[in-house]
Design a protein around this ligand. Structure first.
Ligand code: ATP
Ligand code: MG
Length: 249
C-alpha cells in the first residue's frame, strides 16, 4: 500500500464517529434516556460547538467521547477504533494519549508556575528536558502567555488560567480536546480570549476541539454548531469560512 493512499485514508477517517449512540442511566428502576441515538462524525482540526438546554445530554456526549463513560448501545469510534470493543487498559491508554480535557474551573496545580503546569504531563510521560522546554514555550506562545511563564495560578486572571489549562491539555499532542463550558465562569471579553486559544489549537495543532457552551457568541467562533435536544442532535449549523450555511435536519 503506497504512502499516498495511507495519507488519503487517514484524512477520511473521522477522529470521532458515533453511530446510533444511546445512553440510558437508571435511577433505581427509572430509566433516564440521556442520549437517544446520536450520529456524528468529527474530523481532524475541526472546532465544533455543542449547544442545547440543560439536561439535553451535552456532558453525557463529552463523557462518552472522553471514554469516562460507556454507551448503552450503538457504536463509538476514535480514529477508526471501536471503543465498545476495548478493555479498560486500552481505554486508559487511549484516554491518556489521545484526549485532553478542559474543565470549567481550570484545575491547575497551585504550587506550580504556568510553565511547570504545562510541563507536567510531559514529565509524567517521560519526555526529555530539552523537548519539554521547547514544547512549553511553543504552547505558552500559542495561547498568548509567554510573558506569564513564571506566574503561579493565583497570580493569573481566570482567562489566563484557562489558557494555561489549554496549553497543558495540548502538551502531549492529543487528537481531541474536550471542553465543558470552558468560558462559563468568565466575562465576554475574557471568554473570547479563551475561545481564540482553542481555535488556534484546532488550526495550528490540528486537534479536534469540542466545546460545550451556552454562549452563542462562543459558538459562533466554531466551524460547526451541533444543537442537541432531548438526547438527539436536532440541527447542525456550519459556520466555517463565514459562509453562514444552515443545514437543518
Ligand atoms: N449519572 C447519572 N445518573 C442518572 N442520570 C443522569 C446521570 N448523568 C446525567 N443524567 C441525566 O441525563 C440527562 C442528560 O444529562 P447531561 O449532564 O448530559 O446534560 P447537559 O446537557 O450536560 O446539561 P447541563 O447544561 O445542565 O450541564 C439529564 O436528564 C440528567 O439528569
Ligand atoms: Mg453539562
Amino acid at each position: 500500500m503506497g504512502e499516498e493512499h495511507l495519507i488519503a485514508r487517514s484524512r477520511l477517517t473521522p477522529v470521532v464517529e458515533m453511530r446510533n449512540l444511546k445512553k440510558t442511566y437508571y435511577l433505581g428502576e427509572v430509566p433516564v434516556h440521556a442520549l437517544r441515538g446520536v450520529n456524528l462524525r468529527l474530523f481532524s482540526g475541526e472546532f465544533v460547538a455543542i449547544m442545547g438546554p440543560s439536561g439535553s445530554g451535552k456532558t453525557t456526549l463529552l463523557n462518552l467521547i472522553g471514554t469516562f463513560d460507556k454507551p448503552t448501545s450503538g457504536k463509538i469510534y476514535i480514529e477508526g477504533k471501536d471503543l465498545t470493543k476495548m478493555g479498560e487498559e486500552e481505554l486508559t491508554a487511549l484516554r491518556r494519549n489521545k484526549i485532553g480535557f478542559i474543565f470549567q474551573f481550570y484545575n491547575l496545580i497551585p504550587v506550580l508556575t504556568a510553565f511547570e503546569n504545562v510541563e507536567l504531563p510531559m514529565l509524567i510521560a517521560g519526555r526529555p528536558r530539552g523537548e519539554r522546554v521547547k514544547r512549553v514555550r511553543e504552547l505558552l506562545g500559542l495561547v498568548g502567555l509567554s510573558s506569564r511563564s513564571d506566574h503561579r495560578p493565583d497570580e493569573l486572571s481566570g482567562g489566563e488560567q484557562q489558557r494555561v489549562a489549554i496549553a497543558r491539555a495540548l502538551a502531549n499532542r492529543p487528537s481531541i480536546i474536550l471542553a465543558d463550558e470552558p468560558t462559563g465562569d468568565l466575562d465576554t471579553k475574557t471568554g473570547a480570549e479563551v475561545v481564540r486559544a482553542l481555535r488556534l489549537a484546532a488550526e495550528k495543532e490540528n486537534v479536534t476541539v469540542v466545546v460545550v457552551t451556552h454562549d452563542p457568541v462562543v459558538a459562533q467562533k466554531a466551524d460547526r454548531i451541533l444543537e442537541i435536544r432531548d438526547g438527539k442532535i436536532r440541527r447542525e449549523r456550519v459556520i466555517s469560512g463565514k459562509r453562514g450555511k444552515v443545514a437543518g435536519r
